[in-house]
Design a protein around this ligand. Structure first.
Ligand code: SAM
Ligand code: DTB
Ligand code: SF4
Length: 310
């Protein structure tokens, strides 16, 4: 198993060597001209009991977002069809829950998974903490992936979230894994963490056994009303180092350049793709914040890249 010190050595090597190593590994395992488009759908918005300091959907902060209860299966079907039409091959459905209860709402999410799968798309959900039985039911419905981010290093975790523990996250990931669902897990940079925490996050992800098939790297979207609203912007090259290190540590996984692209230049995004990122979110909105979906076709064309087909 790779040590944290070895991860640090990869991360902190001269930038050009890091980029070259990551791009070389990327090309050995993936077509560098292809990128997967995924569409997010916020199936239940706001009033979440957790206190994640970055999150506009936490009930602990006043952010003025639109709040609503669980969407209908029909609404999700329509969102999936529109996303598929626009070139997305995966629908990622997020609910602002600490975790599902065993109630009609959860039954409905299971139906949503079946519906999205029946359209030939990959289905991913992120519902917070799960128990074994819930993971099993999602697996039976054909769920492709479960998103559950570690978000930051074990040491920094309690600075960001106090209503659950890093270990709770690991337990849910184990239930997902045991149910035979693929794991999507990554984190956020730009929350005031030190480089050491970014290295700790990447080490935690890479030493999951097996590592996640999908690794979202989010750049914090600072939202008014959240405690991280005034977080100092992180050096963009740190983002590139994170993407490159994730690619080297997890050669076959999909590395996703996730939230935060509104504040990234096209050159920075191109550098992340070169360093191994091979998925982005499509569309004009993430869960509650804007996304530069309307300019992505032009960006990809400029770079000679193409969305992956279904
Ligand atoms: N409630 C579920 C959970 O936390 O597992 C699922 C939804 S939650 C919004 C999914 C992920 O979105 C979080 O783990 C976090 O990584 C990311 N996220 C939330 N707010 C963000 C922000 N302002 N900037 C960047 N990423 C964010
Ligand atoms: C992930 O890592 N990023 C996505 C998805 N998984 C669920 C969510 C990003 C949310 C950004 C803030 C918002 O729009 O509310
Ligand atoms: Fe936001 Fe998810 Fe945390 Fe709830 S658990 S506050 S939805 S990140």
């Amino acid at each position: 198993m790779i040590t944290r010190y070895q991860v640090q050595e990869i991360y902190e090597q001269p930038f050009m060597n890091l980029l070259y190593e990551a791009a070389t590994i990327h090309r050995a395992h993936h077509d560098p001209t292809k990128i997967q488009l995924c569409q997010l759908e916020n199936i239940k918005s706001g009033r979440c009991p957790e206190d994640c300091k970055y999150c506009p959907q936490s009930a602990h902060y006043d952010t003025g977002i639109e709040e609503y209860g669980l969407e209908t299966v029909q609404a999700v079907r329509e969102a999936a069809l529109a996303a598929r039409e626009a070139g997305a091959t995966r629908l990622c459905m997020g609910a602002a829950w600490r975790g599902p209860k065993n109630d009609r709402d959860f039954d409905r999410v299971v139906e949503m998974v079946r519906e999205v799968r029946s359209l030939g798309m990959e289905a991913c959900v992120t519902l917070g903490l799960l128990n074994e039985q819930q993971a099993q039911r999602l697996a039976e419905a054909g769920l492709t992936a479960y998103n559950h981010n570690l978000d930051t290093s074990p040491e920094f975790y309690s600075e960001i979230i106090t209503t659950r523990k890093f270990e709770d996250r690991l337990a849910t990931i184990a239930h997902v894994r045991n149910a035979g669902i693929t794991v999507c897990s990554g984190g956020i940079i730009g929350m005031g963490e030190a480089r050491e925490d970014r290295i700790g996050l990447l080490h935690s992800l890479a030493t999951l056994d097996p590592p996640p098939e999908s690794v979202p790297i989010n750049l914090l979207v600072p939202v008014e009303g959240t405690p991280l609203e005034h977080s100092a912007p992180v050096d963009p090259l740190e983002l590139v180092r994170c993407v490159a290190t994730a690619r080297i540590l997890m050669p076959t996984s999909r590395v996703r350049l996730s939230a935060g692209r509104m504040s990234m230049s096209q050159e920075l995004q191109a550098m992340c793709f070169f360093a191994g990122a091979n998925s982005i979110f499509s569309g004009a909105k993430l869960l509650t914040t804007p996304n530069p979906g309307s300019t992505d076709a032009a960006l990809l064309a400029t770079l000679g890249m193409e969305p992956e087909a279904l």
